[in-house]
Design a protein around this ligand. Sequence first.
Ligand code: ZN
Ligand code: ZN
Length: 288
Amino acid sequence: MKKILLLVLLAACALVFSGENTSSVKICILGSCAGTEPQKGRHHTAWLLQTGSKLYQFDAGENCAYTAHLAGYDLSQLRAIFISHPHQDHVSGLPHLVMVRNKLASARFKRKMAVKPLPIYTPIPTLVTGLQDFLTATTCGRYDYRSGTNITGKTVRDGKFFDDQTLSVEALHNRHCGDPDKTGQWFSFSYKITVNGKKIVYSGDIRRLEEMSPFLRDCDLLLMENGHHKPWQVAEKIRQTPAWKVKRLIFLHHGRSVLNTPEETARKTEKAWGKPAEFAVDGMTLML
Ligand SMILES: [Zn+2]
Ligand SMILES: [Zn+2]
């Protein structure tokens, strides 16, 4: 009898475990625009990845927490935030995002400090120390669930720097923010995310497509910025480079071509890509 019970228990555990590993991956674009002046219906760059109940956020442009919360995502389930580089159009939503996360997470603990600090991965540590000072100042000097002690800054360097057994992230520097500082620290990174057997590449902002070459050799989905690049030139270059295998290409961080001449841009990019090109809009979701 005991043996049967043990077998049933093991089978249940295996089911739960396999369920966790085969959770679908959902991506939500919270902001699809490059760092332009305000655009109707578009916000600066941010996107969420959800698998099971876990949430991970990449970049944090203006208003990202508002969009995510109203779209039904539980930001108290955020496991980490990954910042590609510290330009405003990628980080200006951070203070509000952290405040909302802490508010939702701490509500469960009667507003005590029980909520675990949220890791923020960034090329520049002062982004997080400055954010901590700002958050603490906004609590009128009190240290409580809203203050900056509820986040932890982690410095991004090349290579795999995050792996929680659900999702791993690898960084590759680029020259979008110029040369590294005196210590060799780069300011801008592209990310390769591996989750549920899928490989997602997020360009961040980059100077040249070739900077991401190692990441493009095996890529199920490329989320590619076009604030500094013409989408049709990107599509053409990828198609013409045999070593690169990009199965799906979605443009985000839109620049003037997409914003001002969307039809013409879509037509030219479709011709270069050989099939209809995909351009992100705010609130768009996709399943992997
Ligand atoms: Zn940008
Ligand atoms: Zn930038």
